[in-house]
Design a protein. Sequence first.
Length: 451
Amino acid sequence: MIRPLLCFLISGSVAFAQVDEASKPLPIDSLWKSESFRKAVTGSYGIDSRIEPLITVDEEFYLNEAAESLAEGNRDKAIEALRNSDLADRSPAIAFQLGTLHFESGDLEKAKASLEEALKQFPNFRDAHRNLAIVLVQENEIEEALPHLIRAVELGSREGLTMGLLGYCHAIGNNHRAALDAYRLAALTQPDEVQWKTGQAQALAQLDQAEDAVSIYEELLRKDPANANLWLLQADSLLALDKDISATANLELVHRVGSLPPESTLSLGHLFLQSELPDLALARYTSAVEAEAPVPFVKAVEAVELLLSYRETNHAATLAARIDAQYTEQPTEALGRLTRARAIIELETGDTDSGAKRLESWLSGNPTDGEALILLARFRESSGNREEAEMLLEQASVFPDHAAAAFEAHAKLLVAVGEYDSAIKKLEQSLELEAKEPLVRYLEAIRELVD
């Protein structure tokens, strides 16, 4: 009876997790500190009157005054000079420069207001669109930033910062084809900006071009082998290519340098388990559970269930004990799964009475737990108490979410005692609720026995 119990427990899909968060574009905080970013934002005006306002003599006076203050390293004085000018409320050039200075000072709200004022006075101000988009991206207002980036491109901007941020916004919006195109253009003018290359690789991975993504990550890792994020992202693409051993090596490397997030550590445990290395799997599961910010309780329970599915009962018991010690908050649904897993552990270790008592205790407070009712029925069946087992299965069949499984379990109980006609009826009831090909074949085999 052990194997059917295990199959029942893990009937829900518990996949070997990919690297967590890998499909999301990386945060671009590091971009704001790069030299290429500073040069792009603070670049001087051009002479194209279609996209930049012409500078009058009066505007030039105040802009030069601000420039002198900046040359002295006094940004606050430069801001004050522009703000106090009699042109502050009617010069797009001054509003733009104020917005840029506020941005450099970290005052994003004032930067946004000034840049919006510049665009109000000169709607085709290309760099104002671009710089306003930068401010909006920093404030995570991606949907608001996107139209300004698109307008900057329409007005002729093709430099790396505009195109790269456009790629980032498209990636956030799951428009991966557009993101890839934008990132590629960004890399043409800013080939040394890691953010754009990484964005390309992530977009390729999302477009099912994992092999090309892996190649880009290899290139980046040759230049920056200490970058843990790159190892993690490459691991995700390797998993997509079914190169589990290489992905495991990537994750283990990051784990050993202490940079692997808890959920990715849990995924590493899954990979070790899949490679039939249960001791290493348990060690990584334990790390994920005992981390300062541990994995969610339900994911920890899934690891116990997976260990049981691989018949690693002792390891499952060890991990369950660690979970009990670590988590003060245990959501009811996931706690029910852990309770059922513990009951199976006790069954496999020969303590069937304890397992049954555990389920009975759980059901006294959670009488609608159909899975626990079915599992307890199988305990009763294994101890020869058929009548109570059938009664429990009848109770479980009342709950719509568990009726199909209850009818199937009841049918198999009836087959075990040779009552094939009754079993066929229960199988038919189960299949009416949930069609499963293996169960169809099982029903056909029982009908052949009757015929």
